[in-house]
Design a protein around this ligand. Structure first.
Ligand SMILES: [Zn+2]
Length: 324
């Protein structure tokens, strides 16, 4: 296996232990913080993140992929401070997070208007992968974008195709945040196939919000890994239903095409913290270790299938060896 870039530097893919493939450290609204009073305080938040990730390591998780890309307030300098103090591996990512439009910065940076004829998105994504992010030397180990309810708007499709091109050039794998209720994973697969992407290197994120086995099986039949990666986000799908879906797919022999995660974070400013705590009490890093794995075992999922979803599939996906 090849080498995976992490916040603390490269590691052998084969050395990665149990890995949560879709988490966040800090999800922030940077321009709001710069201008208005918020509860953001870097020292307190770094200390909290160190405590939470240390607990997670004690619960047996060895690595997390932090899918916080620009659009979600990525700040790799701060994540690096956290990574240096925790016994857990963190993988950083690149891409852009939007459900509809891109910032105006990108309006005039399309290939037709640039001297080199390259979309600025391609340039930025590849810079993060080859040179490192924001002068930290931390290289991105995963590409990430989003196709949510609005579907393939021009801005979203531009990001998705740029992610595909950066993947083909670098071999770095892809996670796409999808909107399972509108089956947007199938649209994602169509575009990525057009771009010549091997769908085996692609995680269709948030598939676990759906209990539609026909949809989920179609995504896997096309070759992708599906992200059962919002355990604890009960407002989209309660834990019992998420567990039931994973158990049924394991029974059908599909453990080798699923990954488990929470999409949780140490700081998430989209809603008032009290509201998040009340609506999603189990949305935290420890839910899978404490509650979900025992529930899966009770449903007949084997220890070996859990190791497949937590260790073997993440290793296979994160291994950046490229076939192109
Ligand atoms: Zn996420």
């Amino acid at each position: 296996m090849g080498t995976v870039e992490t916040v603390r530097g490269p590691v052998d893919a084969s050395s990665l232990g149990p890995t949560l493939m879709h988490e966040h450290v800090f999800v922030r609204s940077l321009e709001i913080e710069q201008n208005w009073p918020t509860d953001w305080d870097p020292e307190t938040k770094v200390a909290q993140a160190v405590a939470r990730l240390t607990e997670l390591a004690e619960a047996g998780i060895a690595a997390v992929v932090d899918l916080t890309v620009p659009g979600l307030g990525r700040d790799v300098r701060l994540v690096k401070q956290v990574a240096e103090q925790v016994p857990i591996t963190i993988v950083a990512s690149t891409g852009y997070y939007t459900y509809d439009t891109l910032p105006h910065f990108f309006d005039g940076r399309i290939p037709a208007l640039r001297a080199g004829g390259v979309d600025a998105l391609d340039e930025f994504f590849l810079h993060d992968i080859t040179e490192g992010i924001a002068g930290t030397g931390v290289r991105a180990g995963m590409l990430k974008c989003a196709v949510d309810e609005p579907g393939l708007t021009p801005g979203v499709e531009r990001v998705l195709r740029a992610v595909a091109r950066a993947h083909r050039q670098s071999g770095v794998p892809v996670t796409v945040h999808t909107h399972a209720a509108s089956r947007s994973g199938l649209d994602v697969q169509r575009v990525l196939r057009e771009e010549g992407v091997d769908l085996g290197r692609v995680v269709i994120g948030h598939s676990g919000d759906s209990t539609d086995l026909e949809y989920l099986t179609a995504l896997m039949d096309a070759g992708s890994v599906i992200g059962m990666d919002r355990f604890g986000v009960d407002v989209y799908c309660p834990t019992a239903d998420r567990v039931d879906t994973v158990a049924r797919l394991c029974q059908a022999g599909r453990a080798d095409q699923m990954v488990l995660s929470h999409d949780a974070s140490c700081h998430f400013d989209w809603y008032e913290p009290e509201l998040v705590a009340a609506a999603t009490p189990n949305w935290h890093y420890l839910h899978i270790s404490r509650d979900v794995i025992p529930a899966l075992l009770e449903r007949g999922v084997t220890e070996q299938q859990i190791a497949t979803m937590l260790v073997h599939v993440p290793r296979r996906v994160l291994d950046p060896v490229t076939p192109y």
